[in-house]
Every structure is written in structure tokens, then in C-alpha cells.
Design a protein around this ligand. Structure first.
Ligand SMILES: Cc1cc2nc3c(=O)[nH]c(=O)nc-3n(C[C@H](O)[C@H](O)[C@H](O)COP(=O)(O)OP(=O)(O)OC[C@H]3O[C@@H](n4cnc5c(N)ncnc54)[C@H](O)[C@@H]3O)c2cc1C
Length: 462
């Protein structure tokens, strides 16, 4: 009879959840649910887990395909690392940042650097500093939701400061959509960057893991497996249907064969266009689809180079001049050389996929980027590049326009048992590993509530 007493709970917990996507959101969702006793299967189209934060081997180290660091305010990352026994792997560094403007590198790490930043008039430098402080005090964002970042910045820091400083910064993320971006987005950046300075306003600290963030991803995968969950790599989900109270998840494998899995609930931790492409047969209502279809995403080209020499002393350089990339990230200026076998530099460009650059070949992009580097750093020679690789991320950054809270699709879709948890649902904060982990926690809670709830419904019907 003991099994009868415990059977109901155990049965609940062995309900099967399919998680689509093995980025940090999907892995966190799967980890939490597997820890609660659910049977969890993660399906990932790539051959490695980690999504945008995935890594490759270089020298005797691992390194992200795309630059990554965290802020001290990213407590979901640090808490998860602690929980997985990785606290000793998190290291903190003081970055040196700069702006490249009119052919010149300006230090840009602290309020003192802002005061000394001659390209904008003195009064506007002061107003810019005050605008940042003002933004940090805002608690109710409803008024900011009605404004663009441009409107807010021009009125608070001045036109010249906007043209010289903020417009290039917004363009570096949103390209030709810069003027549409909501004031909430920039407010959140000011607030978070401020929090990462802690009590010492002039000092920002950035976190990176010994062994790269792959250490965190591997620990999540290991914990999911230890809890009885599974991860299938090279499984591209292309269809989601409901049959006899269960969901059927159709996957295409690497050899173009297909398989179908069955689950009691599905958490899709992917972009909205990919979600739309796989849910056509679920018959989701128009109101929900109009939200998932309206989100616009920027793509990103990120090239990582291993160089014989460093380019500058800076970790982060925002490029305000017209060059093919918008940011130069000298990773080894933050972390030290480690065992990479050279200086690691990332060059990144967010863009619309209608931009001709998106479809240029990797080698043409490499040539263009080398020309850009030679413009910025007169000592740079293409022969300094030992090796390089390019990562194209189609859904890299949702464009957060005005009144985004009204446009954002809910995690609980109108089809009970199907959940959508992608970076377009991170708001008012901006996407990032920290909020991917928070979203994973929220998705696991929503799935679990649904599965527990459906059981109590059944119990009520008896
Ligand atoms: C240029 C750039 C720089 C960044 N820098 C930082 C940084 O410094 N710090 C920071 O915290 N964050 C940074 N981020 C953001 C961070 O990487 C992301 O917010 C986070 O990794 C998102 O995780 P995710 O799981 O939500 O999405 P993803 O990582 O995109 O994971 C989604 C997964 O779903 C898979 N998938 C998609 N469709 C299917 C399908 N049909 N079937 C199966 N699998 C599918 C994808 O392959 C992917 O692995 C950066 C991002 C970019 C683009």
C-alpha cells in the first residue's frame, strides 16, 4: 500500500516535459524541472549546448563564440553558479573601456572620463552625467514606455550629446532602428551599469568564469542528466501538435530522418519566429500570433580573432565612426592571456538581415573587418591574425520599441501546456545570461504549476 500512498505524487513528477532549446533559458528550465522530479527531455538543433553562450576549444582553453561577461548585478548567474558548486570559478575584473570617435580613442570607463570627453560641450557632459543619475532614480517606467530613448536622451542630456554619444551607442545595438528604441531600454542600461559599480561609482567590475561560461553550461547539463533528464543534440524541432491530450513534437535529425516525441508539456525557449514556424498546427488564436509575429530581431555578426599582439589597452571599445563593426572587445585585456595561444579580440556588428553585409561570405567579412581594424589601429597588420572564426546569430536582439509591455507575448500561451520563454520576453530588462536564467526559473515554475494544476483539476472531476 505504500506505493499507493506515494504513487500519485511520483506519477505527477514523472510527467514528461519537452524543453526546446539548450541555451541558458532551456537548460535552466530543464534543470529546475528535473530537480523537481519531472521527466525532462531537452531538444537542441545545434551539436553543442549553450546557444549564444556556447564555446569552442582554442589553445588549451574554451572560449565563447560571442564575447560574454557579467555585471555584479547579475545575481541569477552568480547564485546558479554557487548552487552548482562553481563559486570558485567566477572571477572579477576591472575593465578599461573606450570610445572611438573621429579617428581617435577616448578613455570612457568612469564619470571622470565623461567630464574630460571633449567632443561634446561641457554643459552637455554635466547634463549627461545627471541624466544617468536621474534614470537610476526612476521606479515607475510607465512614462518612459511612451517615449523613445532618443526623445528622453535629447531632452535630458542635449542634442549634441545625443548626436555624438548616444546615437552611435544606440546604433551599435539597433542599427537603423536606433531611433525607435524605447526610453525603457536605455533607462535599464543606466540602472544596471550603475548597480555594477556598487558603492564605488567610478569602478565597474565585470565577471568571467575560469574555463569560460561553458563551465556553467556543462554543470547544468550534468545536473539535468543526474536528475534523470536527457539532452538530444542535433534535434531540430519543426512541428508541435496535440493529440489525445498529449503533445507530439516532430524533430528532424542530422541525417534528415525524423522522429516524434510525446510530452505532457512543452517549453519552447526560442525566438518568436521559430516558435511560430513550429506551432502552425496548434491553431493558436490570432491575438497571440499577432504578438509573436510583431517582434523584430536584429542579427549579429561576431568575429573572434586570435592575434599576435594586442590592439590597445582597452577591453571594450565602442566604435562611433563609420566602420563595418560597432564594437571591439579585447577579451584578453580583461581576463589575461590564459592558455589561448594569443590575444583574443572580438568584432561585432548588429544589423538588419536585409543589410548586404549579412549575406557576404565569411572571407569577405574578414577582409572588411581587417580594413576597419587597420583604420583604427595603425600598427595592425592582417598578418597579425593567427586565426579567426565568424558566428552569425539570426535572432540576436529583439528591438524594444515604445509600449513594449503591451506587445510582449505571454509565457503561458493560449494552448495550455505550451510555454514560450525566449529573450523577447525579457522586459523591462534587456536580454543577457542573467535574465535567461531568471526566465528559465519562471518557465519551470509555470510548467510545474500547469502540471500540478491539471492534476488537481482531474482530482476535482473524480
Ligand atoms: C553579440 C552578443 C553578445 C552578447 N554578450 C553578452 C554578455 O556579454 N553577457 C550576457 O550576459 N549576455 C550576452 N549576450 C546575450 C546572451 O548570450 C543571451 O541572452 C543568452 O545566452 C540567451 O539564452 P537563451 O537560452 O534565451 O537563447 P539562446 O542562447 O538563443 O538559446 C536558444 C537555443 O534554442 C535552439 N533552437 C532554436 N530553434 C530550435 C529548434 N527549432 N529546435 C531545437 N532547438 C532550437 C538554438 O540553437 C539555441 O541553442 C550576448 C548576445 C549576443 C548576440
Amino acid at each position: 500500500m505504500a506505493s499507493e500512498r506515494t504513487g500519485n505524487t511520483l506519477e505527477n513528477k514523472r510527467k514528461h516535459v519537452c524543453v526546446i532549446g539548450a541555451g541558458l533559458t532551456g537548460l535552466t528550465t530543464a534543470y529546475r524541472l528535473s530537480k523537481q522530479g519531472y521527466k525532462v527531455t531537452v531538444l537542441e538543433c545545434n551539436l553543442e549546448p549553450g546557444g549564444m553562450a556556447s564555446a569552442f576549444s582554442i589553445g588549451r582553453e574554451k572560449l565563447e563564440h560571442i564575447y560574454h561577461h557579467i555585471f555584479t548585478s547579475d545575481t541569477y548567474v552568480t547564485s546558479l553558479a554557487d548552487e552548482l558548486g562553481l563559486s570558485d570559478k567566477m572571477q572579477w575584473f576591472e575593465p578599461k573601456d573606450s570610445l572611438y570617435m573621429a579617428g581617435k580613442l577616448y578613455p570612457f570607463s568612469s564619470p571622470v572620463d565623461l567630464i574630460r570627453f571633449k567632443p561634446i560641450p561641457f554643459v552637455e557632459r554635466i547634463r549627461t552625467g545627471l541624466a544617468v543619475l536621474k534614470a537610476k532614480k526612476v521606479d515607475d517606467i510607465s512614462r518612459l514606455e511612451e517615449m523613445t530613448a532618443k526623445e528622453w536622451l535629447v531632452s535630458n542630456s542635449g542634442q549634441k550629446a545625443y548626436d555624438s554619444l548616444w546615437d552611435p551607442l544606440l546604433r551599435s545595438k539597433f542599427d537603423n532602428d536606433a531611433s525607435r528604441v524605447s526610453a525603457v531600454w536605455i533607462w535599464n542600461k543606466f540602472k544596471l551599469r550603475g548597480n555594477s559599480r556598487g558603492s564605488s561609482v567610478s569602478k565597474e567590475m565585470l565577471g568571467y568564469m575560469d574555463g569560460s561560461f561553458k563551465v556553467l553550461i556543462d554543470a547544468l547539463v550534468e545536473a539535468i542528466r543526474k536528475n534523470g533528464g536527457e539532452l538530444f543534440l542535433g534535434y531540430t524541432v519543426f512541428g508541435l501538435t496535440k493529440l489525445n491530450g498529449h503533445f507530439r513534437i516532430a524533430c528532424m535529425l542530422e541525417d534528415c530522418s525524423s522522429v516524434e516525441l510525446e510530452a505532457d508539456a512543452v517549453a519552447a525557449t526560442i525566438s518568436t519566429p521559430r516558435f511560430n514556424a513550429m506551432t502552425g498546427e496548434l491553431g493558436l488564436p490570432k491575438e497571440y500570433l499577432s504578438k509573436t509575429s510583431s517582434i523584430q530581431y536584429k542579427g549579429d555578426l561576431c568575429m573572434v580573432m586570435r592575434l599576435r599582439h594586442r590592439l590597445s589597452d582597452y577591453y571594450w571599445t565602442t566604435v562611433c565612426d563609420d566602420l563595418p563593426f560597432v564594437v571591439v572587445v579585447e577579451h584578453t585585456n580583461l581576463t589575461g592571456l590564459r592558455k589561448y595561444g594569443g590575444h583574443i579580440v572580438y568584432l561585432s556588428r548588429y544589423l538588419d538581415i536585409t543589410d548586404p553585409l549579412w549575406t557576404q561570405s565569411d572571407s569577405d567579412i574578414f577582409k572588411l573587418f581587417c580594413k576597419g581594424l587597420a583604420n583604427m589601429y595603425p600598427d595592425f597588420r592582417p598578418g597579425d591574425v593567427r586565426d579567426w572564426r565568424l558566428t552569425r546569430t539570426r535572432y540576436a536582439q529583439p528591438v524594444i520599441g515604445k509600449k513594449y509591455s503591451v506587445k510582449m507575448p505571454a509565457m503561458n500561451t493560449p494552448q495550455p501546456g505550451v510555454f514560450l520563454a525566449g529573450m523577447a520576453q525579457i522586459y523591462p530588462e534587456d536580454r543577457g545570461m542573467n535574465y535567461a536564467i531568471r526566465l528559465g526559473d519562471q518557465a519551470a515554475e509555470a510548467v510545474s504549476m500547469h502540471l500540478e494544476g491539471s492534476d488537481s483539476n482531474k482530482a476535482n472531476c473524480k
